[in-house]
Ligand binder design. Sequence first.
Ligand SMILES: *Cc1c(COP(=O)(O)O)cnc(C)c1O
Length: 442
Amino acid sequence: MKYYSTNHQAPLATLREAVERGLAPDRGLYMPEHIKALPRNFFEHIDEMTFREMSFEVAKAFFGDDVDEVSLKQIVDDTLAFETPVVNVEQNIYTLELFHGPTLAFKDVGARFMARLLQYFIRKDNRSNGRVNVLVATSGDTGSAVANGFLGVDGIHVYVLYPKGKVSKIQECQFTTLGQNITALEVDGVFDDCQALVKTAFMDSELNEHMALTSANSINVARFLPQAFYYFNAYAQLKKAGKVSWSEDGTSNLVVCVPSGNFGNITAGLFAARMGLPIKHFIASNNANDVFFNYLQTGNYQPMPSKKTLANAMDVGDPSNFARILTLYDNHWESIKADISGATYPDPRIRESMKECYASTGYVLDPHGACGYQALKEQLGRNDVGVFLETAHPAKFKEKVDDILGTDIAIPQRLQNFMKGKKQSVEMANDFESFKNFLMQE
Ligand SMILES: *Cc1c(COP(=O)(O)O)cnc(C)c1O
């Protein structure tokens, strides 16, 4: 399968080229040329399959032409070393818990898949000369997921760029304490600055001649597409529990709500729906960074500087995957609005939602998941079943969560292990020349 750029000014790429480049040469995002619908039989029996089995079918639809079945099965099985359970929160509201991976956030899925796919290509090539360098900008959770997904993978070095002082201590220690093939760069700026540095690096020909660069942000197809796996799993679990049905015309009563920042996660869900997964409607829930919400209201896309909020992994003022959504819908605002509704919540509302949910159900939300929960509370129809993606474990934001709920939530052991490590990072000015000079000396 070939991949095209959302800007339509770059030649078609192979999977391997798309994965190694991240961004297309025309600065667009790669899209698979086809989205294969899965057969009726698959949906009829999905609730009898394991998470790995159904994900393998989804993976084959995208990567089956380019990766042999044995290797692909291995990549999927290694990636999904943990479950993504659906848990009832109240009445017809469920949560899809995506925090059971090594860094307790959904990004583990995409990051682990990408690391293994890239390693597959490098090995296939026997490329012993030089290494592949992964650049990743993070507002908190991407960095830890990517760093841990790639940790110790031969032939790959990872540079994590993060905004100084703008990620939580717990997030920070998950990518600054690893050492080995992971270097953390502490940038004097905000997340959008980190993202801009990475994007500029890919366009710099001198730098690209010096070293093989690739991106592991959610723009990378190898991170982005595997996120479709767990939407199938959510549906399968709810079908098994008799909560949602499968009907031949592809409709259902399932509403999926996704706390969104760069919009990679929800876009993977839109792809799952195009593959035939019966999802009635999507809700993109935002914190105070309301660029997409405003687009839904007005049809105008107006990027803004990001605002710092409680749900900091969603502090994005110009979501990169917006280009993919536009392309998927042929720039048709009405169709986008028909499939996706928006929501936006300031910090005080996020706090209230966390408190209300905890008081009435006992379920501890993290600030990101709280945006998802709140949007379902407000928008879910009476006969619908809603599932929101719980994108991170609340312990990743322990200080905030305990402060808001008056709790003392337990820190899972794998998180405690990170906190024992020693921080190693390189301070970096928010300026491309400094960043480039640093890389040129690597
Ligand atoms: C990355 C992240 C998000 C936003 O996901 P996008 O794919 O960028 O929309 C939401 N919540 C958490 C905890 C995250 O780490």
